[in-house]
Design a protein around this ligand. Structure first.
Ligand SMILES: Cc1cc2nc3c(=O)[nH]c(=O)nc-3n(C[C@H](O)[C@H](O)[C@H](O)COP(=O)(O)OP(=O)(O)OC[C@H]3O[C@@H](n4cnc5c(N)ncnc54)[C@H](O)[C@@H]3O)c2cc1C
Length: 433
C-alpha cells in the first residue's frame, strides 16, 4: 500500500519510544527530564496503556527498597491534586482512577521542563524499520495514512507485546508451553458503597482477600474495598458460595467462577472495577481471540446481572465502561542480553546495574482449575541487561515484553516494576549520551 510521505526531511531524535503505556510514559518523562530529545509514539488517542485503556487498578504494592520510583511518585502526587488517588490501609498509594489518569498523564508529560524535550504522537504506529548490522537506523511511522521517517540514536520498545522488536526481526523467547489467561476488565457504577461495605464486613473478617476501608484522613471520607473469589478448590474465599449459587441458578456459567475480583475506584463513591472475566488466550490465532472477546462481553453481562441479584448495594448498578485495551498478561518476551530467570528471582540474586527492586509475587493465572500460582517472594533485583536487545545495540525493551522466563515475568510485569524499567533505561541513556 502507498502512503503519502508527510515529511521530506527525516526528523531526528535522541530517543524514540514506541508505546505510551505504563512503562513508556515513565521512560518518556525521564528521558525528557534528563534533556534527551524524545519522541513518544502511541497508537491509541490517550496515554496509559493498560493503566487507562485496560482499566487495570490498583498498582500492586512493591518492595520498600524499590529504586527508580521518581516518576511513580510524580504520578501519585499529581493524581492527588485531581482527587483521583487514594492510599489504601495497607499503605499502597497506587489506587488511581483510570479515566482521570488519561488527563493526569497528559498533564505530567506537558510540564514545562518535560514538554521542551518531548514530542508525543497519538494514533500513530510503526510501518517499517530499517536496520544495518546491529543497529536500527530508521523507523517509518504511520499516522492518519501519512508516513513519517524518524531517525534516532536509541529506540525503546514499550509496546507491551514486543511488536516493534518483532518487526525489526528480533528473536522471541519460547521457553515453555504455559500461557497466562487474559482478562477483559470493566467498571460498574451506581453501586451503593455503604450497603456493599456492610455486606462485605459481615461476610469475611479474614482481611486477607476481602477488606474494606473508610479513608478518614482524607477530607472526602471515601469508602473503599476489595474482594475476590476463584474456582480453585485450595482457596476458601468467602464470596465463592454466591458465585456457585449463581451458576446453580443459571445466572452465571461455570467459567464465570474461574476468577472474580473487584476494587472500588479512587475519587468515586459508587464505581467498582472488575478484574474479570478471564478469557482464553489464543496467542497465535486472531480469529479465536476475536471470538473470545465476544464471549468475554457476554460474560460481563452475566456477571453484571449476577451482582445486581446477589450483592446488596448493586441493585441499581450500571455498566459504565468496558476496557478498550484487552488485558493481555503475557504475549511475547524478547531475547535480551541477559535472560532473567525464576531462580534469579527466588534467590534474590543481586546485579551490578539493577533497574528495580521489587517483591511482587510469582502470579500465574492458569487456564486449568487448581493450577494458578500466587507465590510470595523476598525482594529481588532486575538487571539493566534484561532490557537490552540481544539483536540490536541501540534497542531496549521495557515493560511486559522484557527478557525474562515465564515464571519471572509473571512477577515483573506489575505496573510499578514496568515504570521502574522505563526510568532505569532513561537514566542509562542520559549517562551514555
Ligand atoms: C488483566 C490484567 C490485570 C493486571 N492487574 C494488575 C494489577 O492489579 N496491578 C498491577 O500493578 N499490574 C497489573 N497487571 C500488570 C500490568 O498492568 C501490565 O503488565 C503493565 O501495565 C504493562 O505495561 P507495559 O508498558 O508493558 O504495557 P502497556 O501499559 O499495555 O503499554 C503499551 C502501550 O503501547 C501501545 N502500543 C502497542 N503497540 C503499539 C504500536 N505498534 N505502536 C504504537 N503504540 C503501541 C499501547 O497502545 C499501549 O499504550 C495486570 C495486567 C493484566 C493484563
Amino acid at each position: 500500500m502507498n502512503y503519502n510521505i508527510v515529511m521530506e526531511k527525516t526528523i531526528k531524535y535522541d530517543v524514540v519510544i514506541i508505546g505510551g503505556g505504563t512503562s513508556g510514559c515513565s521512560c518518556a518523562y525521564n528521558c525528557a527530564k534528563f534533556g534527551l530529545k524524545t519522541l513518544l509514539v502511541e497508537k491509541n488517542n490517550f496515554l496509559g496503556g493498560l493503566m487507562t485503556g485496560g482499566l487495570v487498578v490498583p498498582v500492586m504494592k512493591s518492595s520498600a527498597q524499590n529504586i527508580n520510583c521518581e516518576y511513580y511518585n510524580v504520578l501519585v502526587n499529581t493524581a492527588k491534586k485531581y482527587n483521583a488517588q487514594i492510599t489504601y490501609k495497607d499503605k499502597n498509594d497506587g489506587w488511581f482512577n483510570p479515566e482521570c489518569l488519561k488527563i493526569i498523564l497528559d498533564d505530567i508529560l506537558n510540564q514545562n521542563e518535560i514538554k521542551n524535550n518531548l514530542d508525543i504522537l497519538f494514533e500513530t504506529t510503526v510501518l517499517n524499520i530499517e536496520t544495518l548490522d546491529k543497529k536500527i537506523n530508521k523507523a517509518i511511522l504511520i499516522s492518519n495514512m501519512l508516513s513519517l521517517p524518524i531517525v534516532s540514536k536509541y529506540y525503546i520498545d514499550a509496546t507491551g507485546s514486543g511488536e516493534f522488536s518483532i518487526l525489526a526481526g528480533c528473536e522471541k523467547l519460547n521457553d515453555n508451553n504455559m500461557i497466562q489467561q487474559n482478562t477483559l476488565r470493566f467498571i460498574l457504577n451506581n453501586v451503593d458503597f455503604i450497603k456493599f461495605k456492610t455486606f462485605l464486613d459481615s461476610l469475611d473478617d479474614s482481611e486477607d482477600i476481602t477488606n474494606t476501608y473508610r479513608d478518614e484522613r482524607n477530607t472526602r471520607n471515601e469508602m473503599h474495598f476489595t474482594t475476590a473469589s476463584t474456582w480453585d478448590e485450595n482457596q476458601l474465599w468467602k464470596l465463592d458460595k454466591y458465585l456457585q449459587k449463581g451458576v446453580k441458578d443459571k445466572i452465571l456459567h461455570e467459567e464465570d467462577r474461574a476468577y472474580f475480583q473487584i476494587f472500588s475506584i479512587a475519587g468515586t463513591n459508587d464505581s467498582v472495577a472488575f478484574n474479570c472475566p478471564r478469557i482464553n488466550n489464543y496467542k497465535d490465532n486472531p480469529f479465536m481471540s476475536s471470538l473470545e472477546l465476544i464471549n468475554a462481553r457476554k460474560s460481563i453481562w452475566r456477571i453484571y446481572n449476577f451482582c445486581k441479584i446477589y450483592f446488596p448495594g448493586f441493585e441499581h448498578a450500571q455498566i459504565a465502561n468496558i476496557a478498550t485495551q484487552t488485558g493481555i498478561r503475557e504475549q511475547n518476551r524478547i531475547k535480551t542480553r541477559y535472560i532473567y530467570t525464576k531462580d534469579d528471582l527466588t534467590s534474590g540474586k543481586t546485579f551490578k546495574n539493577p533497574v528495580l527492586k521489587a517483591n511482587y509475587s510469582i502470579d500465574i493465572h492458569s487456564d486449568k482449575k487448581n493450577k494458578s500460582i500466587l507465590q510470595k517472594t523476598s525482594t529481588y533485583e532486575l538487571p539493566l541487561e534484561a532490557l537490552m536487545s540481544y539483536d540490536y545495540d541501540n534497542l531496549f525493551i521495557i515493560g511486559k515484553a522484557l527478557g525474562a522466563d515465564f515464571y519471572a515475568h509473571s512477577a515483573l510485569r506489575v505496573q510499578k516494576s514496568c515504570m521502574s524499567m522505563g526510568e532505569g533505561v532513561a537514566k542509562y541513556l542520559a549517562k551514555s549520551n
